[in-house]
Design a protein around this ligand. Structure first.
Ligand code: ZN
Length: 678
């Protein structure tokens, strides 16, 4: 998985405050969460370090950020053919309606509009289900009555009435385009998905079409179909490529315009070469050029960096077509130092790991991840954003030329800040001291855990000769995540951490331990529906670890469940002992993996990771519900303003707007380059 999502990996594990690298801003004053509707909260993020950038760096980030915004329409159209028409109609209502702009109906209209902006269309960004307005069709027709014809996206020869009948059916009829990405294998995945990558073709036709391509170099396969739509023309199946003079051309030309500006202020020759190659690719759509570009990009270690292109394929049920996205960022050197130290000491960690020596790697190489500060999000990364990215996607490039693993620390930090004051910690921590610890050490503890998990955990250990990496089958993911988590947990409390300067004291580790156990035994259950079992691999892994350690430590009460005022809490009585339990379980899971012992793996997962304590679950859900928190979050971008003196750029100022509606309307007004009907 190349995008690491906050909701999946970290929600409820990480929560908290004050991070050394970000102290410059007066955080007490800063409002992190700025809007809340449906199941969504909107936050904003800061860009610490902006002021110390050189003018050239600021200009480069500005140009790349403009390029990031120019592709906004593309993702709307890719998600569903009529998203742009719906967005335009709703925005026209917002701008022209002269009736009462308050009351339940109007509020529901605003929620719907905000949701369409958030999801880049009419399907939920996470569940992929179409969401319906909570107001009536009659009210919609009343709202749209004030809109002048020329502000509505009427199709050729269409009267306003015809248009309204057509578009209200699309919006209100649950049978039309019910799911953006359908993964139900019993159906035709192409015709039952609403996404706009295929038209007039069946799954079978698409598969046959791509199977008919000759692959010139099977060792280095091109990402066939990545940047095109597949349609049937006069009975023949053809690709319409996303290129400057093809589909999405008007937006792509604007992207190119800003990338060309970026070339002029690139940091070095390599970066310049990469940008020029990307521009070439946008002009030609040539996938060989795309691969060559990615090789350059993977090796580009410039301070300012970016992602820009048709990249991730989660939006296509066949996993072939990529949605457009962009991120602009620069390196956080202070935090990157942390991941470097960990990587450089990878062999020490492997040698001292509590597993059977037969399962240790004689030579281990840590993955060096870089920590970045995000300055702009665009396309499929906005407003809902990953917290980490690992690219490029092509396996052969990763193997032959390496990849970049990136942690977006200012985004995570904003998530943490926004979660403070929600009462979540206060509700589920046993004591005020525990809340204090979480606030003080939480961010560092979480970041370090993630670093150890990513840079070392997954790469540690080895299989015995002849053991297949697929031996654990359906339990593989949960056990692999558990192995990486346990590696991180075990070393968190090692004095080596202090010696390497990664933590100031062991309280950081203790903070991580209690947060992990609390989450694994209790708070992650807030994401499970009543009566359901745990299925998601990361969640299984967390309960597996927490429940196993609870069980094994029961005689000595290493972990203890406490009930206070009818509420259940967990506390840790013996951190040292818990650490050795983590070590024991790590050794056992490493054995299971190294030997490919499916039965033992199955037993561990089924006994500890799947079933939910129904009584406790009910209690946790009730307590959580009272907090009224939004399960999903997204961000608005900072604003960058170029400052000129006598026609010369002298600075780029950054500010942090706090109005979601305003930003969306601003983007629609200034970055709508595509025709409504493509
Ligand atoms: Zn992992």
């Amino acid at each position: 998985m190349n995008k690491i999502s906050y909701t999946l990996l970290l929600a409820f594990v990480m929560i908290t405050a004050c991070n050394q690298t970000q102290k410059k801003q007066p955080n007490e004053e800063f409002r992190w969460q700025i809007d809340r509707f449906a199941d969504i909260k909107i936050m904003r993020y800061q860009v610490p370090g902006w002021d110390s950038l050189s003018l050239q760096q600021k200009e480069l980030i500005y140009d790349l950020s403009q390029a990031a915004l120019c592709g906004r329409d593309i993702i709307f159209d890719q998600n569903y053919k009529y998203n742009l028409a719906i967005r335009r109609t709703l925005e026209s209502i917002y701008e022209n309606y002269r009736g009462e702009r308050s009351g339940a109906d109007w509020d529901n209209f605003m929620v719907y509009l905000k949701r369409v902006w958030f999801s880049n269309g009419i399907h939920h960004h996470y569940s992929m289900d179409k969401f319906l307005p909570q107001f009536s069709k009659e009210y919609f027709l009343q709202l749209v009555a004030d809109c002048p014809d020329n502000t509505l996206p009427l199709q050729v020869n269409q009267s306003k009435d015809e248009f309204l009948g057509w578009i209200s059916d699309i919006i209100f009829n649950p049978e039309i385009a019910p799911k953006r990405v359908c993964l139900d294998a019993s159906k035709d995945l192409v015709t039952s998905s609403a996404c706009n990558f295929y038209e007039g073709v069946t799954q079978k036709e698409v598969e046959e079409f791509y199977n008919s391509f000759k692959i010139p170099d099977p060792q280095r396969p091109l990402s066939l179909g990545l940047n095109s739509k597949v349609v049937k023309k006069k009975g023949k199946i053809v690709e319409i490529p996303y290129v400057a003079d093809g589909l999405y051309g008007p937006a792509i030309q604007k992207i190119i315009y800003w990338l060309e500006k970026a070339v002029n202020v690139a940091e070095n020759e390599n970066q310049k070469k990469g940008l020029l190659m990307l521009i070439d690719y946008y002009r030609t759509g040539d996938l060989y050029t795309w691969d060559q570009y990615n090789i350059l990009w993977a090796q580009d270690t410039s301070f300012v960096d970016y992602v820009n292109g048709f990249i991730e394929v989660y939006g296509d049920p066949l996993g072939r077509k990529a949605t457009w996205e962009s991120v602009v960022d620069f390196r956080n050197d202070e935090a990157t130092r942390r991941t470097k130290i960990i990587s450089q000491n990878a062999q020490w960690f492997e040698d001292h790991s509590p597993i059977d020596p037969r399962f240790k790697k004689p030579k281990v190489k840590g993955v060096s991840a870089k920590v970045i500060t995000v300055a702009q999000l665009g396309g499929d990364c906005y407003p809902s954003t990953p917290i980490g990215i690992n690219l490029p996607n092509a396996d052969w490039i990763r193997k032959e030329h390496g990849s970049k693993s990136v942690t977006m620390e200012n985004i995570t930090y904003a998530y943490d800040q926004a979660s403070l004051g929600t009462g979540f910690l206060e509700e589920f921590c046993y004591s005020p001291e525990e809340v204090e610890m979480a606030k003080k050490y939480g961010p560092l503890a979480d970041n370090l855990h993630t670093d150890l998990h990513e840079c070392l955990g997954h790469g540690s250990g080895q299989l015995l000769p002849g053991v297949s990496s697929e031996a654990l089958k359906n339990y593989q993911s949960a056990l692999e995540e558990a192995r990486a988590d346990l590696f991180a947990l075990y070393y968190m409390m090692d004095p080596k951490m202090i010696e390497l300067g990664l933590i100031p004291n062991l309280d950081v580790a203790k903070t991580e331990y209690i947060a992990y156990i609390r989450n694994g035994l209790m708070t992650q259950l807030t994401r499970i529906e009543p009566g359901k079992n745990i299925e998601q691999a990361h969640m299984r892994n967390r309960q597996l670890i927490a429940a196993w350690c609870y069980q094994k430590g029961l005689p000595e009460k290493v972990i203890e469940k406490k009930v206070k005022d009818g509420k259940t809490y967990v506390i840790i009585n013996d951190y040292e002992r818990l650490r050795s339990l983590f070590g024991q379980l790590l050794a056992e899971i490493q054995r299971i993996k190294s030997e490919g012992n499916y039965t033992a793996g199955k037993e561990l997962v089924e006994n500890y990771a799947v079933k939910v304590d129904q009584t406790l679950h009910k209690e946790i859900l009730e307590r959580y519900k009272k907090l009224n928190l939004a399960p999903y979050g997204g961000f608005i971008n900072p604003m960058m303003k170029p400052i000129y003196e006598n026609g010369q750029l002298v600075d780029v100022e950054i500010s942090y707007p706090d109005d979601y509606v305003e930003q969306m309307l601003y983007y629609s007004k200034n970055y709508s380059f595509l025709p409504i009907y493509n």
